[in-house]
Design a protein. Structure first.
Lengths: 337, 337
DNA sequence: TATTTTTACGCAACCGTTTTCGTATAAGCG
DNA sequence: CGCTTATACGAAAACGGTTGCGTAAAAATA
């Protein structure tokens, strides 16, 4: 059961190590016949190149790093699916890192990438993250980055997002159209561009409707979501409680349902709800949740595809490019008919 | 911006490469003072060891492979969370592979592991998988495996599961207690032990209740779940339609709700439902779904912890050990009160 | 047929660390 | 004070490939 290496093959076939290596990498320097012999024996012996030796020699690891805040989240889970499918197709391996929204963890993870562990990075920024000098450094070091969903607009690279502004605008408009007079906006971060875009869509829709946005209706949960309950509850039992909610992130949808149940508020009677969400169960909630459904899988795919493209033409730098894949407003029963 | 390697440090500090290497790995051969100097400069220069060179030399990659069927699934997403937390704590990297229930993909992934890419493997078997000779081979090659949730009982290694038999038994008993006379069991695989355990729990509960299980009430979805609809629908509009369902996997819960809606069956009036599920939204479905909630996060943690333990005492083989973390029956409104 | 080009392969350096020894110096000991 | 034992470090051989370059033989060209 002694490990079989490229030397084993070389000896067995009476070839030099370099020839075997080249044969396996399908080099033009090697005759078809030899390639056949090599591959045959390799298959027979169940030989697989040592990825670490290979990476060391070739300076390429065929591995990408995926850095995301969470995995227990329909959006990210779907995105991973998209990413993985593209990666697998291209023979790339996927290293997954969870930041749990912590900037420090994010930084540690990225610092490790200085080592060359990954050929490229797919990333969705943590909620906490403000400055991104450590990302800049990595990019300067030549590691291609593609951001998806939660991006830094001022970084010169490919970014895959959805039409956050328009989606929020449309969603808000829909609520207004259904008679909402006072709509609450639930944000999950003050610094993320995705968040401010959604916020602006919401604000502009309200203004366009001839209303004046109220600061108090914008609630931001920058810390733990567990703080959502008391805040939400307080807001929803106030005298001037809102009659509509736009939640800018999936995780905030359920707390609303919970609070409504506790406070005996009817949905959509007392409160109409729309949430950005990819919950499979949205249609079976009580009542079914009207959602802004993001093309999560496609975003993941697109991000991975962009990265693969950059990785192919080695050494090329990704230029700034903003790819927008639109979301869909799926109207269900949490808003009036 | 030239890559800084261990040689850079060595030269700068007037030390040999080996000394620097040892210093960084905290070898006892090196004086505290030297270690300090080395680490200081390393930090200053932002030096990170090249993982591939390191792995090549040390024959250890500090990387584990996680092979699972899906990621868009609350159970697996939570499990990944558990795994990742333990891995990160121990300085291990996590390579994720999705089989999408395909035995062939699973095999390809595992065959690649022959290369030594990962130090150990955490795995939940694909639905399709029947024989596991390729797993045996890998284990023989000395790569530690820990199985979680979907295990092979006849493999001699650590397996982390939940109490599938008892959970199914209890769930079924609960349905029977609520007056169900004919309970359908939705299975997702004929070969998986997890599946047959749940099935037996169900069968035994029925028998214990003095009823005779009906073959026709056990429906297995071995292929795509999309085939679930027609089958379910047919069954639920038959004359002798069941008045209870136990779904052995989360993915099957929503289709039931769908069919009930289509057929205008009331839940739990016409049909009581229990599903194995970790859906966060279970409590907010219409009606709230009674679930067998698995300790997904804990299972992930336990699996990773067991693997870490094996990885620490290098070269040790994992003995057969079955760790069972119990599930909880969470009673909600899809079963009668 | 002599000469140039192609084809197919081997040699050897290199990738960046780890690790096994060997050893000079310092320390401990009777 | 001579001898053993630690201590702290360096030299060099792996680790298992990749790759640039050199070259003999075969093919193409003149």
């Amino acid at each position: 059961m002694s490990k079989i290496t490229i030397k084993t093959l070389a000896k067995e076939l009476q070839l030099s190590v370099s020839t075997v290596s080249k044969a396996m990498r399908d080099s033009h320097e090697i005759s078809e016949e030899t390639k056949l012999r090599v591959n045959e024996l390799a298959r027979k012996l169940n030989y697989v190149v040592n990825p670490y030796a290979s990476s060391l020699g070739s300076k390429s690891s065929k591995t990408i790093g995926v850095v995301i805040p969470e995995v227990v989240d329909s959006f990210f889970a779907l995105a991973i699916n998209g990413i993985e499918s593209v990666a697998q197709e291209n023979g790339y391996h996927v290293l997954i890192y969870l930041t749990h929204e912590s900037q420090e963890k994010e930084k540690n993870i990225l610092m490790d990438f200085e080592s060359g562990r990954v050929d490229g990075v797919l990333m969705s920024v943590s909620r906490e993250t403000l400055d991104h000098t450590y990302i800049d450094e990595l990019m300067l070091a030549g590691i291609p980055f593609v951001f998806f969903d939660r991006v830094f607009e001022d970084i010169e690279t490919t970014q895959i997002t959805t039409n956050d502004y328009e989606s929020a605008y449309l969603a808000t408009q829909h609520l207004l159209g259904k008679g909402c007079q006072q709509i609450m906006f639930l944000s999950f971060s003050k610094n993320l561009s995705i968040s401010s875009k959604r916020l602006h869509g919401y604000l502009d829709a309200i203004t366009a409707h001839g209303l004046v946005p109220d600061k108090n209706d914008v609630i931001s949960f920058d810390e733990d979501f567990s703080e959502a309950y008391p805040g939400l509850k307080a807001r929803l039992q106030a005298i001037n409680r809102p009659d509509g909610v736009l939640a800018s992130v999936e995780k905030l949808a359920i707390p609303i349902y919970q609070v409504c149940e506790e406070l005996n508020l009817s949905i959509p009677g007392n409160l109409q709800i729309i949430s950005f969400s990819n919950l499979e169960t949205a249609a079976y909630l009580n009542p079914p949740l009207t959602t802004v459904t993001q093309p999560a899988f496609e975003i993941g795919q697109a991000a991975a595809a962009a990265l693969m493209k950059a990785l192919k033409r080695k050494g090329s730098v990704l230029i700034k490019e903003e790819i927008v894949i639109p979301s869909t407003l799926v109207i269900r029963k949490s808003t009036k008919t």
